[in-house]
Design a protein around this ligand. Sequence first.
Ligand SMILES: C[S@@+](CC[C@H](N)C(=O)[O-])C[C@H]1O[C@@H](n2cnc3c(N)ncnc32)[C@H](O)[C@@H]1O
Length: 277
Amino acid sequence: MSDGFDPTRFKAMERAGFNRIARHYDEGAHLRESLQAALVDAAAPAAGECWLDVASGPGLLARAMAPRLAPGGWVLATDIAEGMLAHARGRTDAPNIYWTAADAEHLCLPDGRFDGVSIGLGLFVFPHPERALAELRRSLRPGGRIALSVWGAPGSVPLIERAQQCLARLLPPPRVLRPSVFRFGEPEVLAAALSGAGFSSLRLTPHEFSCHFANADAYWDAFLALAGGVAEALVRLPEGRQAALRAAVVEDLADFATADGYRIPARTLIATAVRGD
Ligand SMILES: C[S@@+](CC[C@H](N)C(=O)[O-])C[C@H]1O[C@@H](n2cnc3c(N)ncnc32)[C@H](O)[C@@H]1O
């Protein structure tokens, strides 16, 4: 990250933003349903296993994994934004999901406790992803698995990039600098991060999906329901400025117009690996 990046401020902004959008994030999660399903399939949680889901948000992965872990297994869902977890708890009565607020870079969890750890669309939001990966490796038993998803490389995720393009066109540079959400999108970068953290038997699989929006407003709402820190920054802008951004994004979406709105693609990577020793 460039000079001027303040990890503490950035984390606070993410936490505030994801707390703010918890319900909307959950409501918009169906747009990424195929990704969540593919990640859970790749993780292959099995009956009796104990899993840790970090950056769990509204517990999408935990909720999907819980039935596969029964009988005898459970998942601990964690997130820095306690409002996300509070919302998630109200969405399930699964007896084998536990919840606790936690920063992925500093986990108060014992060594070697988990059979698997998962991170859905989370690695790139940690200011120090190498610290989070070290913590996850530490909390896995030898031979335990990691399964995660990240956004693809720059240029392959119009779903996010068109909104970012609009923000860059209309606003001055953000006051709280942000690492790129595409920073693990190149397979070799993600592979290097995982192997550098002591994981082996890496498998990387691209996963592509597209989302339909009836109009540009629906696209903008979906973006705001996904991007915690950015949503937090935007809500602090004068209302007129927010309305101008919302109106302007039509221009950025023009080449994805269809007869009934917009269809906008996104590329992601799913990675699985094993704690090597
Ligand atoms: C894009 S959401 C992903 C949610 C969910 N895992 C999914 O697959 O949709 C990113 C999540 O990371 C959480 N987060 C951000 N920084 C974090 C940190 N340092 N430690 C733990 N969670 C963090 C946010 O609160 C948010 O819920």
